[in-house]
Design a protein around this ligand. Sequence first.
Ligand SMILES: [Zn+2]
Length: 482
Amino acid sequence: MRHCALLLVTVFFFGYAFGQSNSSSAASQDELARIVGYSMLSGGASDFLESLTDRIGGRITGSPESRETAELILKALKDAGFNTAHFESYEFSPGWTHGPATAEVISPVHRTLIIGSYGWAPGTNGPIEIPVEDIGASGDGHSPLPDRVRGAAVLVTLPSSMTSSLYVGTRMLLAQQLARAGAAAMFIVSDKPDRMLYTSAFLIYPRGPLPIISIPNEDASFLRRLLTHGPVKIHLDVQNSFTKGPVPERNVVADLPGSDPSEMVLLTAHFDSWDAAQGANDNGGEMATVLEAARILKQLKIQPKHTIRFVFFSGEEQSDLGSRAYVQQHKQELDQIRAMINTDAGIQAPLGLKLYGRKDLEPATKKLLEPLAALNASRVFLDADFDSDEESFMVVGVPAYSLAVEPADYHVRHHTVVDTFERIEPRMLALHTAVLAALGYTFASTDERPGKRLSPTDVKELLRRTNLESLYELDYSGEKPY
Ligand SMILES: [Zn+2]
């Protein structure tokens, strides 16, 4: 019943809103109503996501599962009539295989610990027996470390209240510092409930400087309690491996050509995932909604003024590898992109668009979002972070957006064993599809661009103003996109 009620509200709103004048947009209001209505009823994103998560599951970049996913997306696009949909290949290095990881307390008592390895972190070169040391929350990547960390499994707590970019930046700086100090392994205490682990590869790629392990809060508390009574020793075996030489990967690209293809809007989502579960919320659901938005616009024979390009990136979890490759491969046409809209924050209620500090985009964007007010998806957010693939476009000055959503319990589920299809609400997938398809259509149909492409000087100023300069240095060390 709630599904039907929502649809009625939507249709009612559009019937009302379409009677009002809207001078900012050349988008047809009838077309928008058709797009939103079909998106709410199609169920296509949910069907695709169920098939993806059941048949393939987790999809680490460079893996057979990632290859299979790219093929599944391309087939769906071709079946929908996107005849020129294609792969765009790139290489990355090194590849990495997630091996088994085990740990056991061997002194003063015997007890198995739950652990998981972070991505693109090395293994232990066979089983080792090492002491446990705890530096608590004192490690910030800069402050001196105590000598006792040498040769030890070092427990660290990273405050989860930090922004995601500050969090991953601190994590990597601290890992480098621990490796220089001779630590045997870094044990990051998971902030998830119920003995859940959190693992990731972001900024650890291309190669972690030492074994980096996630340990549940409960297991860390046990070790810390033992440490109050005296020395603690563990047996640790982490069997990850790196591949030699470059690994091929692919993005998937499809165009809905505009009547004036001199400009385009990009609707994007990454299809790779972390491997703790099925990558349903990060980022299978979002990817399925971009795909379904493409299929709906095609099926309805929507003719936008400018081209809508759908891009499905691989390699996001490592360091936006796919979107960086895309920017490199398409650098001649970056001026043609009037907006890049990415979605990677979870299938929770959409709220509007994140602008990444681009105040200049705010007036035009607010106008473009007006038709989504009844869906509560017309707000703009100016906060800036390096969250996902929009970063690759932001640093080359392209107007880069992402879909802002209610946080809900994303933080708890993200990259954990419970990122499964069962946790995704089908009606939320439909709502995301509707919002994305509408955004693609409206952004591609206005006469004016929402804003200009920033010059390299303007980008530097934007990074300074948004406090992203130091993370940018860490993220793009040695390699300047501008
Ligand atoms: Zn993601």
